[in-house]
Design a protein around this ligand. Structure first.
Ligand code: GCV
Length: 659
């Protein structure tokens, strides 16, 4: 195992379990993993002649007590012992980790029977890791935690101990698939599909004992760049044959391989448009190749014009995915999953939920989240994202009586997220960003979990809790620091859903006009009178009309649009009064000042733990909070000054802005 921080799986005997007997019945490599975990927790394995074991784990696929899926399990506690009956070996592994969670949170052997199964059948983490160090993006695109855990020095690492540790962590939160390379597939990385297969198989072997399948991002132009063909036209027989052979070779090397992830005709990546074909043609080409092996194709819907003329007010990037994909509904093969970012733009701190997620009833659609904090502080700011994700998952596109986004994903393609780990000793750069990875797995398993409760669970596992005899003060501080941190971050960065205003390229720190005259479709249209993007049907780009009712009307009208999304949907004067009672301009000033005060409080909170937790961890978090404090001030002053200068409207409270 690696010597990196253990994240939420602290090593050594687990209080309450250590010293006890465990009976694990059945024969499966995953059950051997469970046995090893139980031993590492300090338990001793016993045979069936000892039915009084503290923990009993078995598989029963058929009987009434057994859950419906391989990965599900029924857990029964009687106050003194726990019994897990799983639907399959992966369920037994998940059941074991539920016991570990219960031990950490003081609920071991809690009386009663509960049924557990993953809400989302597909729970995949995407890595944006490159093999080579990219001249602009570094090794991990939008990675804020060092280099790749998979690749080093131009190839797959020899030492994959970090991957083994990672696989264990992911299994403990129910992740079942990992795509190991960037969706922007550069020339070197394209060859993972061919020349590097033996090495990719070594990575897959690290994931296998944890029930996790490996996926690869592939270039749509592979038949050209790897196969020497003249075209990658999806309707061309030679292209189809090339992909079939490529898939056969992958599965020959990795029998439990999961499938391909594809970013096509997006931000310069090749795709079917080159040959006049559409995204369904492209996705189905790959689907046909992987189908004989039971493979999946994750085809991303992140398609828009990134060479837009900023003078052109009729083109709206927010509309693009819907306009490209919804006409194709019903044409995608059964093993294609259309992977849709949670918002229509790009992982901003606040966006409405993408209307595409509700507009393709005949397609398997997956929700894509971003655990890596590209636009949410880059793991230098403490930002707990689970409350945002929970809002997305709970969104009911057809109104309260209809399905939620979590339901729609569960009925289709499941859930995906961009991972936030790297070879950093704390895995995530900011140690508190570990909570986001943990929370993603937990919400993918059960979208009804309360983000605050997930946070407490993570804290208990990571730092210990009052219940397991350690420091309640640590738990209280970490909880207070993170619980509301998404809203804190929102309050000092881009206001009222307008988005971006970040430094171009790096996407870190304020630059209000940084993207205003760029080709990326990311504008706020601030002038001396007002700000925001008119996306109404009546007078704007019509984006609001991509929603079903009641949301189309809700977003269309200034009377009903939620304050936090006002500037996403409307261009309004600075004097426009929000539902909160404040004007837009005063809201901007007030929230930016309040946001900085909240960050100051976070710094003070953490200081209370000086000397009470591991020194390296304390120092790393302290240093990051210091940077967050500096950056929050920078945000406050840029944004406030910019709008004071534009609007000429003074702060009602007369605070120092820089005119
Ligand atoms: C992997 C944004 C990011 C890119 C990322 C892209 C995507 O544009 O800035 O780095 O590319 O999203 O999701 O494909």
């Amino acid at each position: 195992m690696s010597d990196a921080h253990p994240m939420w799986l602290r090593p050594g005997p687990i209080p309450g379990l250590a010293g006890g007997a465990v009976l694990i019945t059945g024969d499966d490599p995953l059950l051997d993993t469970v046995r090893a975990e139980a031993r590492a927790a300090g338990m001793h394995l016993v045979g069936p002649d000892q039915p009084a074991a503290l923990v009993r784990i078995s598989i029963d696929r058929a009987s009434g007590g057994a859950p419906g899926t391989e990965t599900g399990f029924v857990l029964t506690g009687d106050g003194e012992r726990t019994v897990v009956v799983a639907g399959g070996a992966s369920g037994a592994l998940c059941g074991w980790f539920e016991i570990v969670r219960r031990a950490a949170t003081g609920r071991l052997h809690e009386p009663g029977t509960t049924r557990h199964e993953p809400a989302q059948a597909v729970r995949i983490l995407d890595h944006w890791d490159n093999i080579d160090v990219h001249p602009v993006m570094g090794q991990v695109e939008r990675g804020y935690a060092g280099g790749s855990i998979f690749f080093d020095a131009g190839r797959v690492r020899d030492d994959l101990s970090r991957v083994a540790a990672y696989a264990r962590l992911l299994a403990s939160i129910g992740i079942d698939r990992v795509a190991i390379n960037n969706v922007n597939v550069h020339a070197r990385e394209a060859r993972l599909l061919t020349d590097d297969l033996a090495d990719v198989a070594r990575i897959a072997a690290e994931f296998r004992p944890w029930g996790i399948r490996l996926h690869l991002s592939v270039s749509f132009a592979s038949p050209i760049v790897l196969g020497g063909l003249e075209t990658s036209d999806p309707l061309e027989p030679a292209v189809r044959a090339w992909w079939r052979e490529a898939a056969d070779r992958v599965w020959a090397a990795i029998p439990d391989f999961g499938g391909f992830v594809v970013k096509a005709d997006s931000e310069g990546q090749p795709g079917p448009f080159a040959d006049g074909r559409d995204h369904a043609d492209g996705a189905n080409l790959l689907a046909e190749a992987v189908a004989p092996h039971g493979g999946l194709v994750h085809w991303r819907a992140f398609v828009y014009n990134h060479t837009q003329d900023w003078r052109d007010r009729t083109t709206d990037r927010a509309r693009a995915a819907f306009d490209h994909f919804t006409p194709l509904d019903g044409r995608f093969a059964d093993n294609v999953i259309v992977q849709v970012k949670h918002g229509p733009m790009d992982f901003q701190v606040r966006e409405p939920v993408s209307p595409v997620l509700a507009a393709m009833p005949h397609t398997r659609v997956a929700l894509e989240l971003q655990v890596t904090q590209e636009y949410t502080g880059q793991q230098r700011h403490a930002v707990y994202l689970a409350p945002m994700w929970r809002e997305v998952l709970d969104f009911a596109p057809f109104g309260a009586a209809g399905p939620t986004i979590a339901d729609l994903a569960a009925a289709g393609g499941g859930i995906a997220a961009v991972s936030n780990v790297g070879d950093d000793g704390f895995w995530t750069g900011h140690p508190l960003a570990q909570a986001n990875l943990y929370a993603f797995g937990r919400l993918a398993w059960d979208a009804t979990l309360d983000p605050a409760a997930i946070l407490d669970e993570w804290i208990a596992l990571t730092f210990g809790s009052g219940a397991s005899g350690s420091d309640g003060e640590i738990a209280a501080v970490v909880h207070e620091l993170l619980d509301d941190s998404w809203s804190t971050y929102e309050s000092y960065t881009a206001p009222l859903g307008v988005g971006f205003m970040v430094t171009p390229g790096t996407h870190y720190g304020p630059s209000v006009d940084g993207y205003e005259y760029s080709p990326w479709g990311t504008y706020h249209f601030a002038d001396r009178d007002g700000i925001g993007v008119d996306r109404t049907v009546a007078t704007g780009t019509g984006y609001a009309g991509q929603y079903p009712e009641p949301w189309a009307s809700t977003y269309e009208s200034l009377d009903t649009v939620p304050d936090e999304l006002l500037l996403f949907f409307h261009h309004v004067p600075y004097s426009h009064r929000l539902h909160s009672g404040s004007t837009v301009i005063q809201h901007i000033y007030d929230t930016r000042f309040a946001g900085v005060e909240r960050v100051d409080a976070m710094v003070d909170m953490w200081q209370r733990l000086d000397g009470r937790i591991d020194g390296d961890l304390f120092a790393r978090v302290r240093d990051r909070l210091t940077e967050q404090q500096r950056s929050a001030r920078e945000w406050r002053d840029h944004v406030n000054t910019y709008f004071l200068r534009k609007s000429g409207i003074a702060d009602e409270r007369g605070r120092a802005i820089h005119p």
